[in-house]
Design a protein around this ligand. Structure first.
Ligand code: NAD
Ligand code: UD1
Length: 335
């Protein structure tokens, strides 16, 4: 089948980008990965190729490097860019706010300038539910007030605003900022998934390490939240569902100016619900202890995903059982 066109995936070797590459290819487009591998491994690109049955082109480049970005965009004729490249560790962003501004915000500026030069006018951007700050009402729809509660969140807000200016600055520009809730899980093949470096910050990778015996126990950040079981509630979304959302956005980009759309399931799960699902589905123990609340956390956050349904014809299909099953299978892929 002839390709429908080339899609450049910045950050395409990462956790989410690798799954997006697979879904983009499955929909008939040709993905080209661009990554500097600062938080990912080169072998991911080979594994994506293995999954697709043919190698995927990969450009090793930093989005902040204007020359490299010109060379990259000049060497392909990109229909659109899916812009996933970015640093995402909240704690690190508090320690190194300038690094986050430089990598995420200035990097996007350089990317947009290169897109302008080569007439690429479509972008799907990896935004985050972090732009809503501390939830003021639930479920969170796209009109919820915005605020940055850490430097990482500030970069997502800054980039969304930059994209507003970009679409207004020229004709026929189309952007969809996808505000992800909590992506977890892995591809059902167990060839690609999440492999954070060092001790994970996020819940699911931490649970996986505890279940494997690499960490002694999970510290549950707070058992006295105003939630049904006292632990924090979040909207976990399977990364394959999330990846399908990017294809849906790509297909409808030309009807958009700059739209912001939540990608979540609309269903909240507590920390203990995640732990218990993990134990039940995978037949393993996840020892845990209730600890003090983590600074900056909220009791509950979950999406109103109805705009994604209306605008993209997209709904999450996979539930918590599939998320914990696939996260565990990926963690055990090499024994
Ligand atoms: P990840 O760290 O696995 O992937 C990010 C990729 O971007 C990595 O491969 C990294 O090497 C690359 N990268 C970073 N800076 C780069 C640069 N300057 N030039 C080129 N490549 C660069 O993270 P992920 O979970 O796949 O996240 C992808 C995007 O989604 C990020 O923008 C992140 O902020 C956003 N997001 C993630 C989550 C989440 O929980 N995973 C939630 C909301 C939003
Ligand atoms: C975190 C980020 C947020 C980002 C989101 C992406 C912080 C403060 N926020 O949010 O900016 O958009 O990831 O997915 O880091 N938990 C434990 N023990 C752990 C780890 C987590 O109990 O060891 C709890 C948390 O308190 C929370 C839930 O698990 O209730 C989920 O935590 P996490 O995976 O870090 O995601 P978020 O807090 O939603």
């Amino acid at each position: 089948m002839a390709s429908r066109g080339t899609i450049l995936l910045t950050g395409g070797a990462g956790f989410i980008g690798s799954h997006v590459a697979v879904e983009v290819a499955a929909a008939g487009w040709t993905p080209v990965i661009l990554d500097n591998f600062c938080t990912s491994e080169r072998s991911v690109v080979e594994r994506v190729g293995e999954l697709l049955g043919s190698p995927v082109r990969c450009i090793g480049a930093d989005i902040r490097d204007a020359q490299a970005m010109h060379a990259a965009l000049g060497s392909i004729s990109a229909h659109a860019v899916i812009h996933l490249a970015g640093l995402k560790a909240v704690g690190e962003s508090v320690e190194k706010p300038e690094l986050y501004q430089d990598n995420n915000v200035r990097g996007t500026e350089v990317l947009l300038a290169a897109m302008d030069r080569f007439g690429v006018r479509r972008m799907v951007f990896s935004s985050s539910c972090t732009v809503y700050g501390t939830p003021q009402r639930l479920p969170i729809d796209e009109s919820h007030p915005l605020s940055a509660i850490n430097p990482y969140g500030q970069t997502k807000l800054d980039i969304e605003r930059m994209l507003d200016r970009w679409v207004d600055a020229g004709p026929d520009r189309h952007v969809c900022s996808l505000r992800y809730f909590n992506p977890v899980g892995a591809h059902a093949s167990a060839l690609i998934g999440e492999s954070p470096l060092g001790i994970p910050n996020n819940l699911m990778p931490f649970v996986v390490k505890v279940a494997r015996g690499e960490l002694p126990e999970l510290g549950v950040f707070g058992g006295d939240w105003p939630t049904p079981d006292g632990t924090g509630v979040r909207d976990y979304i399977h990364v394959v569902d999330l990846a399908r959302g990017h294809v849906a956005a790509l297909e409808r980009l030309d009807s958009m100016h700059h739209e912001r759309i939540n990608l979540g399931t609309g269903v909240g799960a507590s920390v203990l619900e995640v732990v218990h699902a993990f134990e039940r589905v995978n037949g393993v123990k996840v020892p845990y202890a209730i600890r003090p609340r983590r600074a900056g956390d909220a009791a509950a956050a979950y999406a109103d995903p109805s705009l994604a349904d209306r605008r993209l014809g997209w709904r999450a299909r996979l539930g918590l059982d599939e998320m914990v099953r696939d996260a565990w299978a990926f963690a055990n892929r090499c024994g």
